[in-house]
Design a protein around this ligand. Structure first.
Ligand SMILES: [Zn+2]
Length: 445
């Protein structure tokens, strides 16, 4: 939260993701009065950035939410999905509690679908990239391409209060250069203060090319064994990127023409449609391909399964299918059914292509668990497990350092990373004062 010239401005309002303890944290008070917030500037539509906007509105926020056109559409999708999942979870827990099991206790959803719908009324002005918006007297915001997911932006604030001026640049989540669909992150402006993410502050990614090859190898190996490839997929960006690589693989003969791909995620399907509506946010060559009808989101073996009956039918396919389903960290969604059916099969594979937070099912499997529990059933892990990290939608340590250097910031606040990652990243920064803020800590700029 930024306070300037009598206004209170939130940058993002996301949900904690990971274990059940974090679920509890989401319902805690915000640490400020939601009714006192005048504006929310939203960097992008991932759940950990927009997921508590409905709760903010439910608890009294009546200001304006400003974001890019694509983020607005994606946030709507993400928030509705989150509300729906919470309602389902609450119903499930209530059923268990009613049976008198000691493990279950009824919980109310954090917010309902109705709450999510209500919060959309607060979306106001739309930010165009690189065009300053006078948010309020003394507060000017410029959204800058962050190259992370469709519509994502860093936000540059020029602040004036009783003739004193300052600048703060919020990184949002930063993407990496050289991705197949989105433009590279834009060069950041000079800023006195920077608040930046450190998701991969302690790591370098493998390059993309070898990761794509690894992905093709995992698919062909698994098909040779007769199994399925389950890919827990984030619905935004990663799903569309993978479709692009699969269509390329088929075009270039790296995968057979008959490769069957199921996108078993209503959210990924909707996100793909939203991407097709925001061609201006894509690389010009990709936008042209889609305009000309040669897009990577259509090929003969590709099936979008929105209906749950279609989803269940996938389980009857004996082998030879690629199944992309959410959630990416396997904390919920249809992927858990596919894991239930395939984890115990030696001929199948699970390919992880994204970040997995500590405490999630995805992380347990990646860390080598021999057995996991899904829907109350113990399932041995016999499938081959691949972790391919070159697909990340996040900047790695080198990208983050280069970005920070370009800002010339005198003061750098590190956020949005696990503690180890932040501490490691801090040791690489020079010529800047570094802060690792605690929640609710206040700084004078
Ligand atoms: Zn993100």
């Amino acid at each position: 939260m930024v306070e300037c010239a009598g206004k209170r401005i939130l940058i993002d309002c996301g949900m904690y993701q990971g274990s059940h303890e974090l679920d509890e944290e989401n319902s805690q008070p915000f640490g400020f009065d939601p009714a006192s917030i005048d504006y929310v500037l939203l960097t992008h539509a991932h759940l950990d950035h927009c997921g508590r906007l409905p709760l903010l509105a439910k608890r009294g926020f009546h200001g304006e939410i400003i974001t890019t056109a694509a983020s607005r559409e994606l946030a709507r999708l993400v928030m509705l999905d989150a509300a729906h999942l919470q309602e389902e979870d609450a119903r499930y827990r209530a059923r268990i509690a009613a049976r008198g099991s000691s493990a279950g206790h009824a919980v109310a959803p954090l917010y309902s679908v109705l709450d999510a719908l209500n919060s959309f009324d607060h979306f106001g002005r739309t930010a165009a990239l690189d065009e300053p918006i006078e948010v309020a007297d003394g507060v000017r915001a410029t959204f800058i391409d962050a190259g992370h997911i469709l519509g994502s932006a860093s936000i540059y604030l020029q602040l004036t209060e009783s003739s004193q001026q300052s600048t703060v640049l919020f990184s949002g989540d930063l993407g990496k250069s050289g991705g197949p669909l989105l433009c590279d992150p834009a060069k950041p402006p000079a800023a006195a203060n920077v608040v930046m993410e450190t998701t991969y502050g302690d790591r370098l990614h493998k390059p993309l090319g070898p990761s794509v090859e690894e992905f093709y190898d995992a698919v062909t190996d698994t098909f040779r064994r007769g199994g399925n490839v389950v890919v827990p997929t984030f619905a935004l960006e990663r799903a569309q990127e993978l479709l692009y690589f699969l269509s390329q693989g088929i075009d270039h003969g790296r995968l057979t023409k008959s490769t069957q791909v199921f996108v078993d995620s209503p959210m990924a399907i909707s996100a793909t449609e939203i991407m097709q509506r925001h061609l201006d946010s894509l690389q010009p060559e990709i936008a042209k391909l889609i305009r000309d009808g040669n897009d990577p989101f259509h090929f003969p073996g590709l099936h979008f399964t929105r209906e749950s009956a279609e989803s269940v039918a996938i389980n009857n396919i004996p082998g030879g299918a690629i199944i992309m389903a959410g959630s990416g960290m396997c904390t919920g969604g249809r992927v858990r059914h596919h894991l239930q059916h395939n984890l115990g099969r030696e001929d199948s594979s699970v390919v992880f292509v994204g970040y997995a937070a500590a405490g999630t099912l995805a992380r347990h499997i990646i860390d080598g668990a021999k057995e996991v529990e899904i829907f109350g059933e113990r399932i041995p892990v016999r499938a081959r497990i691949y972790t391919i990290n070159g697909f990340s939608a996040h900047a790695d340590q080198a990208d983050l350092l280069a970005w920070q250097k370009q800002t010339g910031a005198k003061r750098t606040f590190l956020v949005h990373g696990e503690e180890e990652s932040m501490r490691s990243f801090a040791t690489h920064l020079g010529n800047t004062r570094i802060d690792l803020p605690e929640p609710n800590q206040v700084f004078e700029l």
